[in-house]
Ligand binder design. Structure first.
Ligand code: C2E
Ligand code: CA
Ligand code: CA
Ligand code: CA
Length: 277
């Protein structure tokens, strides 16, 4: 047993070592990738109950010369830990605002949602950096939604509230991403200047067939109605899910059923050429 224990430790240490160095390598690649403009912003449509595009979410993509297309699930946590998410996040915001401005100038404004990581939001100059990006782009703050996660909202209520209030005063909307997957305390909902709850895809996808998920979706819709918040459902893949949501008056949806994330330039081209409003 003793021998076996020692072997296990050796194996474990070796694994640890690989993981640490892999992480380190990924971090260096990220840094270099940012310099070398290997990142791209993709946009995924957000539609209303008639399928009309109302907005889009910016989703980051990393095209690495050797690794290929790396999923944000893999690199966002490393970017978050290393702090690289701060310049990366600022870059995503700038890119998105430039697209937003382009749509405004063409007379076809749209609402754009940008993910904000906790590390980015906690920066002392977060509010200033958003303000600066808005000024530099000349885009309208009224068309910007920032998606925050629940964990952040209960973390540091005082400064969180102040930061949100300052941006909300400019017209920026706040949406709670992955709503329902985080914390059980809902008291922050009434204290913060929120506009939207975003139902996580894990609930949306099983709602038509799983009574517990259906109940969670219905509860979120009821909470939102009481607090006068908009609701958007993410991860809508089929008509069954879309019908389930529409029947319960969830009118904003996002998911493969309505469009996959595509490169921002392609999205704008399609949007400006469409007969939509
Ligand atoms: P998220 O914010 O919850 O974004 C939704 C994810 O679901 C996206 O994955 C999107 O491509 C995917 N998705 C959209 N429609 C469907 C569908 O119908 N079915 C399924 N199965 N999936 C769908 P993605 O693009 O891989 O991003 C993963 C996560 O990475 C995001 O989750 C977000 O937390 C993070 N992320 C992406 N871009 C950024 C960014 O610019 N900044 C930060 N901080 N995080 C980002
Ligand atoms: Ca999101
Ligand atoms: Ca999600
Ligand atoms: Ca997420």
């Amino acid at each position: 047993a003793k021998e076996k224990g020692r072997d296990t430790i050796v194996v474990f240490e070796r694994e640890m070592h690989t993981r640490v160095s892999e992480r380190f390598e990924l971090e260096q690649d990220l840094r270099y990738g940012l310099e070398q403009q290997q990142f791209q912003v993709y946009l995924q449509p957000q539609v209303d109950h008639q399928g009309t595009i109302r907005g889009a979410e910016a989703l980051l993509r990393w095209q690495h010369p050797q690794r290929g297309l790396v999923s944000p699930i893999q690199f966002i946590p490393v970017a978050e830990q290393s702090g690289l998410i701060v310049p990366i996040g600022e870059w995503v915001l700038q890119q998105t605002l430039s697209v937003m401005r382009q749509c405004e100038a063409a007379g076809k404004p749209l609402r754009f949602a940008v993910n904000v990581s906790p590390r980015q939001f906690r920066q002392a100059d977060f509010v200033d950096s958003v303000k600066r990006a808005l000024q530099d782009s000349a885009a309208d703050a009224l068309h910007l939604t920032l998606e925050l996660t629940e964990g952040l909202l209960i973390d540091d209520p005082q400064s969180t509230r102040e930061k949100m209030a300052e941006l909300a005063d400019l017209g920026v909307h706040f949406s709670i991403d992955d709503f329902g997957t985080g914390y059980s305390s809902l008291s922050y909902l009434k204290r913060l200047p929120l506009r939207e709850l975003k139902i996580d895809k894990s609930f949306v996808q099983d709602a038509p067939n799983d009574p517990s998920d259906a109940a969670i979706v219905e509860t979120i819709l009821a909470i939102a109605q009481h607090l006068h918040l908009t609701v958007i459902a993410e991860g809508v893949e089929n008509d069954e899910q879309a019908d389930f949501l529409r029947q319960r008056h969830c009118f904003l949806m996002q998911g493969y059923r309505f469009g996959r994330p595509i490169p921002a330039a392609d999205f704008v081209e399609q949007w400006l050429a469409s007969a939509n409003p």
